[in-house]
Design a protein around this ligand. Structure first.
Ligand code: GZL
Length: 327
């Protein structure tokens, strides 16, 4: 083949290739949501093992009912694999849109992609997926939730000002591989290191669960009797840690500072009682914002990649006056 012909061939092949790629990209667009009178909406929940989860589910069910929307609800009972199957069943049922609270960042990617391939838009609630594997505006509509890094950072910043000499930290992590656990750890650990003078003597998952949190706190308090701070990624594990501290013959709030995230009534009451030092709220009442975002998308609005929930903060200065707002 002459040099000229070869060059022409390569140029043509390159353009054809680019067109094909663009064509493929066009096929990979985010599914739309048509404006309809009646919607059939899926909500794939991770589990119902704590008050936070139950409050989120109740908020979604109440808002769906208020808007006359048929809700297809599933509970993955703590299994990411079941949650993927739950999403696939919603796809088979032909729902119009899927709200998904991905239990862990990576295992739920196939569910997000299957919905996209089926032309069903996904809105992520409360937890996100690995950003290197799926993107808002391309693979799912948006992520509605709190800034977990900021939540961890706020706990560290409060400690830096109020630890009064306490410095040895046991960290109780949330569900391994979940975005709140990853980011609450990153936000706290980076900020506490920057503050200086603290030492995270142990960090282990309690799976966001009360009894697991208690068991892990018991074991770590025995292994680190000099620990004088417990930072729990959620209220359930913080309340479990209080039981462990008391079982060790120590006084939570005096011998050991306990800090938490979620801001449920039980934890805020523990702040009032002096057993928890501070709680960053992570509001579970997603219903109104979830369906408002869905209707904005149906109207053709471009949805921001992150619809952020703002979080309150409770410590001894406001817990008594504001406990009524807690979920
Ligand atoms: C946070 C949510 C977390 C809560 C926990 O958005 O995913 O899961 O903080 C819950 O209480 O189990």
């Amino acid at each position: 083949m002459s040099r000229f012909t070869r060059r022409a061939f390569l140029l043509t092949a390159g353009v054809a290739g680019a067109l094909a790629f663009t064509g493929t990209m066009a096929l990979a667009e985010l599914p739309a949501l048509a404006k309809k009178d009646k919607y059939k909406v899926g909500f794939a929940q991770t589990e119902s093992n704590n008050p936070w989860r139950i409050a989120q589910t109740n908020s979604m069910k109440a808002e769906a009912e208020k808007n006359g929307i048929q809700l297809v609800y599933t509970d993955a009972a703590g299994s990411a694999a079941k949650q993927v199957a739950d999403v696939n069943s919603m796809i088979a049922q032909g729902v119009d849109v899927i709200f998904l609270a991905p239990r862990e960042e990576k295992p739920l990617i196939p569910a997000v992609m299957a919905a996209k391939k089926a032309g069903i838009p996904v809105i992520l609630l409360d937890r996100s997926v690995d950003p290197s594997l799926a993107k808002p505006g391309e693979d799912y509509v948006t992520f509605i939730g709190s800034d977990f890094i900021a939540e961890g950072k706020r706990v560290a910043e409060w400690l830096a000002k109020n630890a009064n000499g306490k410095s040895k930290i046991i960290e109780l992590e949330g569900t391994t591989g979940s975005s709140p656990a990853n980011d609450r750890k990153k936000g706290f650990d980076d900020a506490i290191k920057a503050a200086g003078g603290f030492d995270i003597v142990a960090s282990q998952s309690g799976d966001f669960a009360r009894d697991k949190g208690r068991q892990v706190a018991e074991a770590l308090l025995q292994a680190h009797p000099d620990a004088d701070i417990v930072y729990a990624h959620n209220d359930e594990m913080a309340i479990g840690a209080i039981a462990a501290i008391e079982a060790a013959g120590k006084a939570p709030g005096k011998d050991v500072l306990v800090l938490s995230i979620d801001g449920g009534k039980e934890a805020v009451q523990a702040v009032v009682d002096g057993k928890i030092a501070a709680v960053v709220e992570c509001n579970p009442r997603f219903g109104p914002k979830a369906f408002e975002t869905m209707m904005r998308y149906a109207k053709g609005e471009k949805i921001e990649p992150w619809v952020i929930n703002t979080d309150k903060f409770y410590d001894s200065t406001n817990a008594k006056d504001e406990i009524a707002d807690a979920y």
